[in-house]
Write a new protein. Structure first.
Lengths: 310, 239
């Protein structure tokens, strides 16, 4: 339906009010084909509401949503048939088995390929659940079945809201591999929200940080990696001379003078001790040497608290 | 539409509850005719006439079918799977309504089979048990079915409005059985003959020439609750 890099989801000034309180306020965003787009935000930031708006589970109060360039209600409905969703906890009939639950939706969607149910179950590792009813499933199995339904019709877009909640480490790894496999092999666009930022950082290509229903920052994984880089911090009596000595003696190219005493070496330093030794031998008084930097979690906290590093 | 109804049938026929409900109703039919055996009304014509008197009672059971098709979807959060696939909500509401009506018709067929079956087993054939009596019975049953359809629409509306099955059933019974008292309180007695419950009084009358009014009242009630239900469902947050 869409080519790599083409916009598949576009929101323009979308707001959702519950009474006078805005769950999502004037949100504009664009998701491109092939992206693994991560939504990051605190509880109640508006991530789930945003995903519900895109999935058509709740109507927007203001603004427009386009999927595959279609914005009218009728066309949005058709476009959503190319989406697989898993919003909040997976909802299934407790008295049906995994196979029967998927069969119900296969019939409802008019999918003539009866094998899609079995393939989806195999894909998520639930093919052996037999006659066990959904009510007897563990949380992890329920999450897997939710994913099986989302991928059953080979969607072009996968919308996943906190998909790894309740999964054990093996389950999280499997989940990550499934998403990466779909992204690589089928070029599926993935829009994913999660609290587990370390996990997101292993798959996401783009991030949107949301706070209080508003988009705080949109950033590519590459740029974020750059911002979250680690660096060697050297505090001495002269930052300029320190920088000069390090450049001359060690061929460091990415050295930044932060202030008159502080230098940041923004590249890998294999042997910090010899760097310090060289500085001391050149008459530099080194007072502190430490590795610094922030991870995605710290970056998010700083951003939300309005103290973005760098 | 057919796919949505088919899926609801698939789900319902995989549920023991539906079979237990059908078996329970069939057992009740056997019980009624068995109880009539041997008495002064222990013949087939009396049983048919008694069945006409009982036609109001299925109204109590109808929300149970709406519950299987509709309200459990709210309870188990399964509607989001359907709505997020881009299914038109009015179409979905209509399909669920039709599925509920069709499932009630299946239950009605089971009940009729059980009632007439037990009647033939337990009761004596008498001279008044004629084709004319049966024609009259089935005509009244047909009109009752129109009222049942209106009741199902009303039940679906309250289910969409409240999501909680208990509250929806409470309002359904309240509107069906208590509305006449509210009309009296509000000095609007003149509207009482247009209530659904009042239509069963027409059906029970031994000599009726026309069933036009019950049919019209059922159609208008069904239309009003269908429009209100579909409108409420379109705006509902599904999660």
């Amino acid at each position: 339906m869409a080519e790599i890099g083409e916009t598949v989801i576009q929101m323009k000034n979308v707001s959702k009010y519950y009474g006078k309180s805005a769950a999502v306020a004037e949100m504009s965003m664009r998701v491109n084909k092939g992206d693994i787009y991560a939504l990051v935000g605190k509880n109640g930031a508006g991530k789930t509401t945003l995903l519900k708006l895109i999935s058509g589970l709740t109507p927007a109060t203001e603004g427009t949503i386009e999927i595959f360039g279609q914005g009218s209600e009728q066309h949005l409905g058709l476009a959503r048939r190319h989406m697989g969703t898993m919003i909040e906890t997976p909802g299934f009939f407790p008295y049906l088995t995994a196979r029967e639950n998927l069969e119900y939706y296969r019939i409802q969607r008019g999918n003539k390929d009866k094998g899609c149910v079995e393939r989806a179950l195999q894909f998520v590792g639930l093919e052996g659940t037999g006659r066990k009813k959904f009510r007897g499933f563990s949380l992890g199995m329920k999450q897997r079945l939710g994913l099986a339904l989302a991928i059953m019709d080979n969607p072009e877009i996968l919308i996943l809201d906190e998909p790894i909640n309740g999964l054990d480490p093996m389950g999280i790894k499997d989940f990550r591999n499934i998403i990466l496999k779909m992204s690589r092999e089928k070029k599926t666009t993935v829009l994913i929200s999660s609290h587990i930022l370390g996990e997101l950082s292993q798959i996401a290509t783009t991030y949107s940080f949301i706070n209080r229903g508003r988009l705080v920052q949109h950033i590519s994984a590459k740029d974020l990696k750059e911002k979250c880089r680690s660096f060697l911090c050297i505090v001495s009596d002269s930052a300029d001379r320190t920088s000069e000595i390090l450049k001359n003696n060690f061929q460091f190219k990415n050295i930044e003078v932060a202030d008159e005493h502080t230098v940041h070496v923004n590249e890998k330093v294999d042997d910090p001790a010899s760097a310090v030794k060289a500085l001391v031998e050149n008459g530099i008084m080194v007072s502190q040497v430490y590795q610094s930097g922030i991870n995605l979690e710290q970056y998010f906290v700083n951003l939300v608290e309005g103290k973005e590093n760098g | 539409m057919a796919k949505l109804i088919h899926a609801d049938f698939y789900k319902t026929f995989h549920r023991a509850y539906f079979y237990i409900l059908a078996a329970g109703l069939a057992a009740l039919c056997f019980l009624i005719n068995s109880a009539m055996r041997g008495g002064m009304y222990g013949n087939m014509s009396s049983s048919v006439q008694f069945a006409v008197m009982l036609m109001e009672y299925p109204v109590v059971i109808l929300p149970l079918v709406t519950q299987i098709v509709f309200s459990e979807e709210f309870q188990f959060h399964t509607l989001k799977n359907t709505a997020s696939y881009g299914t038109n909500r009015t179409l979905l509401f209509t399909a669920k309504l039709i599925a509920s009506i069709l499932l009630c018709m299946i239950l009605a067929a089971v009940v009729l089979a059980a009632y007439f079956g037990s009647m033939f087993i337990f009761l004596k054939h008498d001279a008044e048990f004629t084709s004319g009596l049966l024609n009259n019975f089935f005509m009244r049953l047909g009109v009752s079915c129109a009222i049942y359809a209106a009741c199902i629409t009303m039940s679906a509306f309250f289910t969409v409005l409240f999501r909680r099955n208990g509250l929806a059933i409470f309002f359904y019974y309240g509107v069906f059985y208590l509305m006449q008292y509210f009309l009296v309180l509000l000095h609007l007695e003149k509207f009482e003959p247009y209530l659904l419950e009042a239509q069963f009084a027409v059906i029970r009358k031994p000599s009726v020439t026309s069933f036009q009014k019950p049919l019209m009242v059922s159609a208008v009630t069904a239309l009003v609750f269908f429009i209100a239900g579909a409108a409420a469902f379109r705006k509902k947050d599904l999660c």
